[in-house]
Each structure stands twice: as structure tokens, then as C-alpha cells.
Design a protein around this ligand. Structure first.
Ligand code: RP5
Length: 163
């Protein structure tokens, strides 16, 4: 029995929400339910462990994990669950998110994290990617993803006259 929304958005700090909310908004646009919570690999390791170990049984299908700096949350979460984990590097002040990106993307073979772009684009794409994963077994979500892509294509003007 599913107890949780199919997508869980977790983030290392409340300060990551202004970026991760773009994933949430994309999921809302695509009609996909999500839960969002702060789960820090460093400050709340027990919460991370409990979440990652329980997510699948609770009905979660895809995890979006955003973190910045020494961004261990996506990789640690992936090591604790069979669910697909999408990592969103947060743009850090000191190193502009390169630290976050490299921390998330350079996983050892055997523990994959699907790493997206740094910041807002990565968060939006994580939302779309999560919906596309669900769409493999949910025709209604597949239709909404296809409609979103069609609308996006139709919105791109060929001319630059009014740009
Ligand atoms: C990481 O440290 C978080 O994901 C966040 O991006 C970064 C800074 O966190 P705060 O100091 O703003 O809480 O764990």
C-alpha cells in the first residue's frame, strides 16, 4: 500500500528550498504528487538513514535530492535505497556550485545518482525527469509530460522581431 507521494524532494537545508521549489512547481504542473522535507546528511544523519531506508516501503518511487557544498545527501541516500535518486547541485556562495556538482556527480561505480545541472535548471529538469520515470508505468503522467513538451515547443518563436 502506498502511504507517501510518489516523489520525495529532500534537501540538505531549508536554504536550498528556493532552488528545489522549482522541482516542486514542475511536478505540480505535471500533476505529480510530492512530499518535500529537509534531510541533512551531516546535521541529521539519523533522519537521512530513516528516510532512505523507509522510502520504498512508504510508496516513494523517485527521490530528488538537492544539496550544496560538500553535497553528500544524494549519494548517501542512493547508497541506502533501491529507488532512483536524482541529484540537484545547489549553487554555493564560495564555489558557485562546482563543489556541489562534483560532490554529487563523482559517484563510485555501483551507486548511481542521476545528476542534473547546478541550480534552477537542474531542479526543473529533476522534476521533469522524475515525472518521466513515473510515466513509464503511468499513462496519465505520460500524457501530461507529452503535452508539456508540446506546449514548450509551440512557445518557441522562430523570429526575433519582437525579442
Ligand atoms: C548543505 O549546506 C545544504 O544542502 C546547503 O546547500 C548548504 C548550506 O546550508 P546552510 O548553512 O544554509 O543551512 O548541507
Amino acid at each position: 500500500m502506498s502511504l507517501a507521494a510518489p516523489v520525495a524532494i529532500i534537501m540538505g537545508s531549508r536554504s536550498d528550498w528556493p532552488v528545489l521549489r522549482h522541482a516542486a512547481e514542475m511536478l505540480e504542473q505535471l500533476g505529480v504528487h510530492y512530499d518535500a522535507k529537509v534531510v541533512s546528511a551531516h546535521r541529521t544523519p539519523d533522519r537521512m538513514y530513516e528516510f532512505a531506508k523507509g522510502a520504498k516501503a512508504a510508496g516513494v518511487k523517485v527521490i530528488i535530492a538537492g544539496a550544496g557544498g560538500a553535497a553528500h545527501l544524494p549519494g548517501m541516500t542512493a547508497s541506502l535505497t533501491d529507488l532512483p535518486v536524482l541529484g540537484v547541485p545547489i549553487e554555493s556562495k564560495a564555489l558557485k556550485g562546482m563543489d556541489s556538482l562534483l560532490s554529487i556527480v563523482q559517484m563510485p561505480a555501483g551507486i548511481p545518482v542521476g545528476t542534473l545541472a547546478i541550480g534552477e535548471a537542474g531542479a526543473k529538469n529533476a522534476g521533469i525527469m522524475a515525472a518521466k520515470i513515473l510515466a513509464l508505468s503511468d499513462a496519465a503522467v505520460a500524457e501530461r509530460v507529452a503535452a508539456f513538451t508540446e506546449r514548450q515547443t509551440a512557445s518557441v518563436a522562430e523570429t526575433v522581431e519582437d525579442a
